[in-house]
Design a protein around this ligand. Sequence first.
Ligand code: SF4
Length: 328
Amino acid sequence: MSEKLVEVHDLFKWFPVQKSFLETLLARKLDYIRAVDGIDFEVRRGEVFGLAGESGSGKTTTGRLILRLIEPTRGGIFFDGRNVLTVNGEEMRRLRQRMQLIFQDPYASLNPRMKIGTAIGHGLEIHGIAKGQRERDLVIQMMERVGLTPAATLYEKYPHQLSGGQRQRAVIARALILHPDLIVADEPIAMADVSVRALILHLMMELKEEFDLTYLFITHDLATAKYICDRIAIMYLGKIVESGPLREVYSHPQHPYTEALLSAVPVPNPRARREHIIPKGEIPSPINPPSGCRFHPRCPYAMEICSKDEPRFAGTKDGHLVACHLRR
Ligand code: SF4
C-alpha cells in the first residue's frame, strides 16, 4: 500500500473560450482559460490536504480532474499507484467507488425529485453492493451515523423539506455509504449557516477517523483550513505558489500571496494586532496571465526579474515549497 494516495504530476486544464462563429473565423488563434496551469502535489493516505486560494485560482477544477469528472489537457493523475487517466471504463467505475465528492452546494447536488433516502442509497445500487431492504438498512444506518435523525422519517423527505445543515449531512452520507478512501470536499461548509459550520466540520473529522478517510479539502477560507488540514497548498491563477505542512506554512509563510491571505485570518486574541495586507488590484484574467511570476502586478515586493522569469517551485525546509524570487 502506497503512502501516497493521490499523485498529481504537471497537470494542466485549459478551457477553450467560447466565441461567436465570426469571432472564431477572424481570430488568429484560439483563446484558453488556463484554469490549471502545471501543478504537482501529492495527498498522503490518512491526511487532510488543503487546496486553498481565491475564487478562480483553479482549486475546484483540480478536484474535478482528480475524480476524472473532467479530462485534463495534459499531465498525470495517480490514485493508489494507478494511472487514473489510462484505466478503462470498468476500472474507472471501481476507482470511483473509492473516491467521492462532497459538493459545495448540497441543494444543487441532490435531485429535487428523489427522496433523501433513495439519493443516499443510489450508489449502492449503481455499484451492485445492495438493493431493496438491505440497501434501506444501510442507508438508515448511515443517516443515523451522520446525525440525520429521525432517519426513517427523513428517508422519505425531499431535499427542499430539509434544512441546509441536514442537506449537507445527506451529501456526506451519500459520499460515505460506499466506504471510499478519498473524499474531495469542495468548500463543504461554504453554504451552511454559521451556526452549523463547526458541527459539520467536527462530524467530518470524526468520520475521517472512524472510516479511515483521506480528505482533499478545497477552500477559500484559511481560517477553516487551519483547524483541520495537516498540509496545505496555496493556489493562485492556476499555479501552486506555496505548499507544506500547515503549521510551517502558517507560522512562516514564504510567498507574499500566502502572507496576504493569512493576514486576513482572525486571531483568537482580540487584543492582538495584525496588519491586514491587501494585494493591489484585482486577480488578473486566466486567459492571458501576467508574464514571469503571475502575482507580480499585485506584489508589494516585485522586482525587475519578477515580470520576466517565472520563479521555480522549490523547497525551503521540511517539505515547505515556494515559488518566489525572494526566496532564492
Ligand atoms: Fe512577488 Fe516577485 Fe515573489 Fe512574485 S516572485 S511573489 S512578484 S517577489
